[in-house]
Write a protein that binds this ligand. Structure first.
Ligand SMILES: [Zn+2]
Ligand SMILES: [Zn+2]
Ligand SMILES: [Zn+2]
Ligand SMILES: [Zn+2]
Length: 374
């Protein structure tokens, strides 16, 4: 046995035998907040949580100075509490229109305002649980998006603010105040500081997975609009990439599409649910697919439900066959370059070549029969 190891063992034994001066806190100076059972936060994504921050005893630090040995809590503890108090201050303008305290949590890339008392999903049974569950899910969308477009942290100008409601009146208020439009269902504000507000209306988003799906779809719109330049591609003839990517994430995660966005009317049409691959494949086989340039020249609001199928498929093709070029292509489109130039720059191909390659991709990769849920 090496001398060092032996010495180490001796020291370890010594420390094991020596009882801490304060048994209550094991000399850490802190014990769990007596209210912890009421405000324990779940998930790793959360940086701040209003439910915990409103605790009068710990101010969201989840611990209090040990009452037995009366350690000085020190400047770090005070700073953590001050940061949580500042967070609560920042929330005041958000809560003002609702005249009641709401639940909010902040992660690296999102602020979530969450007002759904209970969801039928593991972890979402309580308001506090659902708050953290959805924040985690949103960060997962961010991670996927960041990897797909190859963006850096500094490429995002602001976190996305997501608001989820269980009451129509709150959705109406939030849409008017934060998204500057009227809406009973979903409303969003694209660009430099994106916002999306969604009413969990069971007549429309029938069960919890559909709410999840709506959040994935809309958060994707927000992130794409924010990255690099704060420019929403949906109204500069980049509707296909805007709607296509949101559909791609829905299909990849849920195996079916539930959402069509018509930005102005804010209407969601329930059409062509289920897998889209067989529909696109059949259209290509039958020579009935619309021209690429026609679909790819439209704004999001001008895409017909059928167009959206192909918008999705073009994005799917780039993401699967030329993944590293998806980010540069999206960036060129957001920089308002003509599609011909954007394709030449990112993929070194012409629009006609794109269409030919896409058609081959569809015939090689899409089956005519509906696949099982991925
Ligand atoms: Zn919490
Ligand atoms: Zn506490
Ligand atoms: Zn102690
Ligand atoms: Zn959409």
């Amino acid at each position: 046995m090496g001398a060092q190891l032996f010495l180490g063992l001796l020291l370890l034994l010594g420390s094991l035998q020596q009882p801490p001066d304060c048994k209550k806190c094991r000399d850490t100076g802190f014990v769990p907040c007596p209210e912890e059972a009421r405000h324990a936060c779940s998930g790793a994504a959360t940086l701040r949580c209003s439910i915990a921050a409103r605790c009068a005893l710990c101010v969201g630090t989840h611990q209090v100075p040990c009452p037995k040995c009366k350690h000085e809590s020190g400047p770090e503890y005070a700073a953590a509490q001050a940061a949580n108090r500042a967070f609560l201050e920042e929330l005041k303008p958000i809560e003002a229109p609702f005249a009641r305290p709401l639940a909010h949590a902040k992660s690296a890339h999102f602020l979530l305002t969450y007002d759904i008392p209970a969801l039928k999903v593991a972890g979402g049974e309580t308001l506090h649980g659902g708050l953290h569950l959805y924040l985690e899910r949103m960060e997962r969308v961010f991670a996927r998006f960041q990897s797909d477009v190859g963006a850096q942290e500094a490429d995002f100008s602001a976190p996305t603010h997501v608001l989820l409601w269980s009451r129509k009146e709150d959705q109406q208020k939030a849409s008017a105040v934060f998204a500057r439009q009227s809406s009973d269902t979903e409303a969003k504000l694209m660009g430099r500081a994106p916002v999306v507000t969604i009413f969990y209306d069971k007549a429309w988003l029938h069960d919890e997975p559909e709410l999840h799906q709506a959040v994935v779809h809309q958060v994707t719109h927000c992130l794409l609009s924010n990255v690099w330049d704060g420019i929403w591609p949906g109204n500069i003839h980049g509707g296909w990439i805007d709607e296509g990517l949101s559909h791609a994430y829905e299909l990849a995660q849920f195996g079916s599409v539930r959402h069509y966005c018509y930005v102005e009317a804010d209407t969601i049409l329930d059409l062509n649910h289920g897998a889209w691959e067989p529909l696109v494949r059949a259209a290509v086989d039958d020579g009935k697919a619309p021209g690429f340039m026609g679909v790819a020249g439209k704004n999001t609001t001008d895409l017909t439900p059928e167009d959206q199928l192909f918008a999705w498929s073009y994005v799917d093709f780039v993401l699967r066959a030329h993944k590293a070029q998806f980010g540069p292509l999206a960036r060129a489109i957001k920089a308002k370059k003509p599609l011909k130039d954007a394709l030449a720059e990112a993929l070194q191909i012409s629009p006609f070549q794109f269409e030919d390659l896409w058609r081959v991709f569809v015939q090689e990769n899409y089956s005519l029969k509906e696949k099982k849920k991925r």
